[in-house]
Design a protein around this ligand. Sequence first.
Ligand code: SF4
Ligand code: FES
Length: 248
Amino acid sequence: MKLTLKIWRQKNAQDKGGIVDYPIDGIEPDMSFLEMLDVLNEQLINKGEEPVAFDHDCREGICGMCSLFINGEAHGPDRGVTTCQLHMRMFKDGDTIFIEPFRAKAFPVIKDLVVDRSSFDRIQHAGGFISVNTSGNTIDANTIPINKHDADKSFDAAACIGCGACVATCKNSSAMLFVAAKVSQYALLPQGQIEAVDRVLNMVHQMDHEGFGNCTNTGACEVECPKGISLENIARMNREYLSASLKG
Ligand code: SF4
Ligand code: FES
């Protein structure tokens, strides 16, 4: 395949940045999108040029590191996959492909296609955990009976990999789907009840503090989420928040 790549290049956080054209040839349909970028970077390095910086780690759809906006869509044109799972067979010979970083005030660009998503880490630190007694008398989680429906819903919420596609897709740069997944994951389990009130209040407070926008129920986040996180989690978080606010 012969392609024209239009890639966002930005030297650092202060640089204005801009789109640069890169023609590329010999791309196989079975290559992943990141392998295609590896080929480009090899060519750039051989020419003595600066390779394109982009985030990646597991390349298996697990870690949530890969974060590209491809032809105007977070993680590109396929559904239910991350950028590392996107294959070049989704494109045609002769295509022009725009590749940009995830854009949001709370995800500042570090370099080229790499953005700083540590705001998600700080939201997690604010309440995305449970406290467990580890002094030797810890109860095995499997000994606590949990309604099957709740366990399944919690597991679905826990599938969130923190990639940030929901934020990049949302016209308000809202992080509600991410935070709602993390809140729901614990809200549905007995182990999550002890800190439930503090968790939702603190995580939502941190989300607002980081500069994410609000949710206006457009639903684009759910469509672009590679893990199929449902909007029903946002409804659950809103209920948890209201109830916690009244108790607080
Ligand atoms: S909710 Fe979906 S899109 Fe948002 S961070 Fe989690 S996995 Fe990524
Ligand atoms: S590199 Fe880990 S999810 Fe894509």
